[in-house]
Design a protein around this ligand. Structure first.
Ligand code: ADP
Length: 389
């Protein structure tokens, strides 16, 4: 919601005698804010920002001012239906109620209150109008949220298509090369060495595709509450060491050295596949965003918790982005040159939280980042599971 959308002031135009100040006083006593305008044109300027409703005396209206007010009301955004309450007189002063209504026509939210009226009558009507207006602002807020979500989804679809297309293009190219080689003129190109390299390239692209598709599926599972955790006892250090070993080719390709330090005390009852996903994701990010500099991975036990720490000396993350990156689709804009869907850390956070743990990042822009995951140790995990029944 924008800053002034909470403004529920009643905008008053009542040019005759004390009408305006009396109305303003009545509203003030009822705890309602108001602003007085000498004429309709000044009121129209004020309508460009938020307000609760308009309260007019019929004397403020002539064909011209009613016409411009009607036009302003017709020009409102789709969510807005600003209420206008007009004081009319039954004693022949100014146009009759029907004439006033005719000036506006049926498409705007105009109602009448006839003088003399009791204060209670006025306040009760005004409160109903203000309540309806509040709902309109709520609708606007929801609309803005929906528009943002749609924009985010559209951006995501475009990034995802691009990300999926890159390995597909590489695979297609690889296939064309193989086909040509299989033809009679290219047969001499089919050395075992070349075949092995081609299969390896295809494998890498397929791995990339399946990681992307798995991430998309995981997000759907999380959103549907269907991501399940299957726990068993294992050692976090052992598992992390294995992941470091598995990632050796990527580390070599990025030119990053890795240092691992473990403990034999980090025993827990966790989902090994999901925790492997967490560790793989964090180290892969350290490779992706680590500028080829050394990476340090450690597993330790601090205050009854197993703590995994993945530290790089790469691009780093601004303080204002350090919470946002754990949300769905969130990426740091300046990192667009590195491919990714902005889903990894979201999935990682969900997995860690499903284990009763937490994840956070400590980082300085341009100096590097340390991602830390804290998980309950075995005894804790057992107690928790017993509690959850
Ligand atoms: P992806 O890497 O696919 O974009 P993630 O959810 O894994 O998605 O990460 C979200 C964003 O967080 C990344 O786009 C990047 O901007 C930032 N980020 C993640 N890890 C690091 C890191 N080690 N160093 C700097 N920035 C990082």
């Amino acid at each position: 919601m924008d800053i002034d959308s909470d403004n529920e002031n009643i905008l008053i135009v009542a040019p005759t005698g004390q009408d305006a100040s009396l109305a303003s006083e009545i509203f003030r006593r009822a705890g309602l804010g108001s602003e007085v305008f000498p004429r309709v044109p000044e009121l129209l300027v004020r309508l460009q920002s938020s307000c609760g409703m308009i309260f007019l005396a019929e004397e403020a209206l002539n064909i011209e001012s009613a016409g411009s007010l009607r036009q302003a009301l017709l020009n409102q955004e789709a969510w807005s239906d600003l209420p206008v309450l007009i004081m009319v007189s039954s004693q022949g002063r100014g146009p009759s109620g029907q004439k006033v209504l005719d000036l506006f026509g049926p498409t705007v939210n105009v109602s009448l209150i006839e003088r003399p009226f009791h204060t209670t009558t006025l306040i009760s009507s005004v409160k109903v109008f203000l309540r309806a207006r509040r709902r309109q602002y709520q609708v606007r807020h929801l609309l803005n949220e929906l528009t943002d979500a749609l924009r985010q989804r559209d951006e995501f679809v475009s990034i995802a298509s691009h990300e999926l297309k890159t390995p597909l293009t590489a695979l297609k190219l690889q296939n064309q090369i193989s086909k040509r080689a299989l033809s009679s003129e290219g047969a001499h190109l089919l050395t075992p060495d070349k075949i092995a390299r081609s299969v390896e390239t295809a494998d890498r692209q397929l791995d990339r595709l399946s990681v992307l598709v798995e991430d998309l599926l995981d997000v759907s599972r999380i959103r549907a509450g269907k991501l399940k955790i299957e726990t068993a006892d294992f050692d976090l250090s052992q598992l992390t060491k294995q992941v470091v070993e598995q990632l050796a080719p990527q580390l070599a390709a990025a030119g990053s050295a890795i240092q691992f330090e473990g403990t034999d005390e980090a025993l827990g009852c966790w989902d090994s596949l999901r925790i492997e996903q967490v560790v793989t994701n964090l180290i892969s990010n350290a490779i992706k965003y680590g500028s080829g500099k050394p990476i340090r991975v450690s597993v330790s036990v601090i205050e009854e918790k197993a703590v995994l720490s993945v530290q790089d000396q790469g691009v780093g993350i601004l303080p204002e982005d350090q919470v946002r990156i754990f949300e769905r689709f969130e990426r740091v804009a300046s990192e667009n040159k590195v491919s990714g869907l902005g889903l990894g850390l979201y999935i990682v956070r969900q997995i860690v939280e499903m284990h009763g743990g937490r994840i956070w990042v400590e980082s300085t822009l341009g100096r590097g980042s340390t991602f830390k995951v804290e998980l309950p140790l075995r005894e804790r995990a057992k107690e928790r599971r017993a509690r959850l029944g």
